[in-house]
Design a protein around this ligand. Sequence first.
Ligand code: MG
Length: 452
Amino acid sequence: MAQKQLVKSTSGVRGVIGKGLDPALAAAYGAAFGTLLGRGKVVVGRDTRPSGSMILPAVVSGLVSVGIDVIDIGIVPTPTVEIAIKQLRARGGICVTASHNPAEWNALKFFNDRGEFITPDQYRRLDKIFNSDITTHKPFDKLGKVMVQPGWAEKHVGRTLQIGLINRSAIKRRKFKVVVDAVNGAGSQALPMLLEKLGVKVFRLNCSGDGKFTHGPEPVAKNLGQLRRAVKKHRADLGLACDPDADRLALVDENGKAIGEELTLAIAVAAVLSKKKGPTVINLSTSRVTEDVAHKFGSRVYYSKVGESNVVEMMRKKRGVIGGEGNGGVIYPAFHAGRDALAAAALVLSRLATTKKTLSEEVGTFPKYFNIKIKGQLKKNFNSRLKQFEKQARRHLGKHRVDRRDGLRFDFEQGWLQIRSSNTEPIYRLIVETTSKTLTAKLSRDVMVFFS
Ligand code: MG
């Protein structure tokens, strides 16, 4: 029964502690992942949530049992694990983090030797090994070894500072004041450290790193009340919020307004494309603002299916120079091919320092869209309804562009909508974004009625 609480996908294996995810399962996954890799060393790390101190050692046990050497880099952001894998030439990595999920959850995120999320094909092989019991536990003299290696958050910061197109002197001259809300997660130390090295005055909020989520851990506007108030109180230039494993970044402007995590990516795209030519790659759930900004710089925009590994795969294929996910997940592949809140923060500050604009002024140069994200119960004949829906949309919404790779994304003159069934729950997700608040509201109502 407990198995039912597990959510599996290429972005990892997620579960509620004690109701699906437990040390035995974590050890079994460690052993299966080690079997998939065969030999060599694996980097492991975790976020700050308390169950990590139980799950991580279990993962390590599983890896060691099949002869894998483990480098334990402790509590670090997820992107730090990715960087360490590459730098240490490891065969792969596992980060124990349930990302933006609440405290009762934990999860294993798996990475390959490129320091990227394992591909869908690698995930299928892992799942097969896990389910087939072909894991071979080694005898006592063939077990893997464990090495604890602290200091990787500092290394991550050091490498972020070396990103070539970040204008460090302009950032320093600007004398930014920034409030950081790391929700006491894995970014608690690293994000403020990065900013201070850039010459920013930092006000720390929820940066104790004790794993106590004092607000909903997803960095969406409704969870950023504390940060918004703190930005106003300190008269700061902006507020930065990351999720518990610091791969997503959301921004609050100098007026204390949460500008929405979609705009982090748009600003990062401007930061890169203003210095470097090349394509932009974003997923099909990303706001059109990013496409508009990319077009302004003459960049071609490619859309990928939702999921970090899909974005990264498309980036490689199209030689994308910047991209990511509209949920605040910025990917700058010249640094490393994974979402990274530290890289995102450096790019955002660099952009503001270069344009000499405040955050609200910078955002004011973007086209304005009104966005609604909702979910609804999935009905049995979802796919055939989707086809009928597409026909109707074609009739009513005029000139359009259709993408069927991930549910349906329907772009039309004033905006777009996407409707897709969730991979992990019996629900559909709907995003509607248009240039008019009224139209967004009306369309989302109409679509919901259609699928109810
Ligand atoms: Mg995350």
